[in-house]
Write a protein that binds this ligand. Structure first.
Ligand SMILES: Nc1ncnc2c1ncn2[C@@H]1O[C@H](COP(=O)(O)OP(=O)(O)OP(=O)(O)O)[C@@H](O)[C@H]1O
Length: 249
C-alpha cells in the first residue's frame, strides 16, 4: 500500500501509565493503518485502550514506544511546538462534550481555534463547511439556542475548518439521543463518502459503529479484531463474547 493512501499509521504502539512499581499497560503493541477517505470505528470493553489509542494516534499523548505517522510525518521526531502545530493544522477533534463557548455565536465558535492560532480564516471555505454541516441559518445563534445534535455539528464544523487530514472523534454521540445521534453519524458518513474525509471514531455503541467502513476491536490494550462493515448485530455479538471471555478469565 502506498504511503499516500495512508492518513495515519501506528506501529507497535505501546503506552504504559503509572510507575515502574505499578505499571498500567493501556496499549500493548497495536499496529493499524487508517486509509484516507475511510471511516473507522474503534470499540472494545471499558479500559481496553480506545481513548489511549486515539490520543496517541492524534499526537495528544506520546506513546511509551512504537511509532505514529500522519501522512509522511513521523510524530516521534517532532518537538512539542511542532506537535502542537501539527495538531492545529492537520488534525480535527470532536469529543463527547461539545466544548463550545456559550458567550460566542456559532460562527465565532467555529473560527475560534484558527483565531487563537493567528491563522486567517478562508471565508469561502468557512461558508462551504457551514453548508456541509447544515448550519447556514444558525451562524448568529448561541450554543444554548441549539439542540444537542446541532451543537455537535458546530464542533464538527470547528474541526473541519482547518481542512484536517483526519478527524478523531471520541464518543461523538455519547451525549445525544438516538435520533440526534443518527443525524450526526449520517453527517460523518457524508463527509467521508462525498468529501473524502478520514474519520476515526471511538464508540461504545454498536449502532454508531455500524456507520463505519471498518470496526477495530481492542481488548486489554491489544487489537483483537478488524472487521469490515460488520453491522450492529454482529458488533453487539462480538462485544458480548469479549465481555464473557473477560469475565471467565
Ligand atoms: N492518565 C492515566 N494514568 C493512569 N492510567 C491510565 C491513564 N489513562 C488511562 N489509564 C488506564 O489505561 C487503561 C486504558 O484506558 P483508556 O481510557 O484508553 O480505555 P478506554 O477503552 O477508552 O476506556 P473507556 O471505554 O472506559 O473510556 C485503563 O486501565 C485506564 O485505567
Amino acid at each position: 500500500m502506498s504511503v499516500h493512501t495512508e492518513a495515519v499509521r501506528v506501529e507497535q504502539l505501546t503506552r504504559v501509565y503509572g510507575t515502574d512499581q505499578q505499571p498500567v499497560t493501556a496499549l500493548a503493541g497495536v499496529d493499524a493503518v487508517f486509509v484516507r477517505g475511510t471511516f473507522t470505528a474503534v470499540m472494545g470493553p471499558s479500559g481496553s485502550g480506545k481513548s489511549t489509542l486515539l490520543q496517541t494516534a492524534a499526537g495528544l499523548d506520546r506513546p511509551t514506544s512504537g511509532r505514529v505517522r500522519l501522512g509522511d510525518t513521523e510524530l516521534s521526531g517532532l518537538s512539542e511546538t511542532q506537535l502542537t502545530k501539527l495538531r492545529r493544522d492537520r488534525i480535527g477533534f470532536v469529543f463527547q462534550a461539545f466544548n463550545l463557548l456559550g458567550a460566542l455565536t456559532v460562527e465565532e465558535n467555529i473560527v475560534l481555534p484558527s483565531r487563537l492560532a493567528g491563522v486567517r480564516v478562508d471565508r469561502g471555505w468557512l461558508a462551504e463547511v457551514v453548508q456541509r454541516v447544515g448550519l447556514d441559518d444558525r451562524l448568529t445563534h448561541r450554543p444554548s439556542e441549539l439542540s444537542g445534535g446541532q451543537q455537535q455539528r458546530v464542533a464538527i464544523a470547528r474541526a473541519l475548518v482547518t481542512r484536517p487530514e483526519v478527524i478523531f472523534c471520541d464518543e461523538p454521540t455519547g451525549a445525544l439521543d438516538t435520533a440526534t445521534a443518527a443525524d450526526v453519524l449520517t453527517l460523518l458518513r457524508m463527509l467521508v463518502d462525498t468529501h473524502g474525509q478520514t474519520v476515526v471514531m471511538v464508540t461504545h455503541d454498536p449502532v454508531a459503529a455500524s456507520y463505519a467502513d471498518r470496526v477495530l476491536v481492542l481488548a486489554d490494550g491489544r487489537l483483537v479484531l478488524d472487521l469490515p462493515q460488520p453491522g450492529a448485530t454482529r458488533i453487539a455479538e462480538v462485544l458480548a463474547t469479549l465481555g464473557r471471555s473477560r469475565v471467565r478469565s
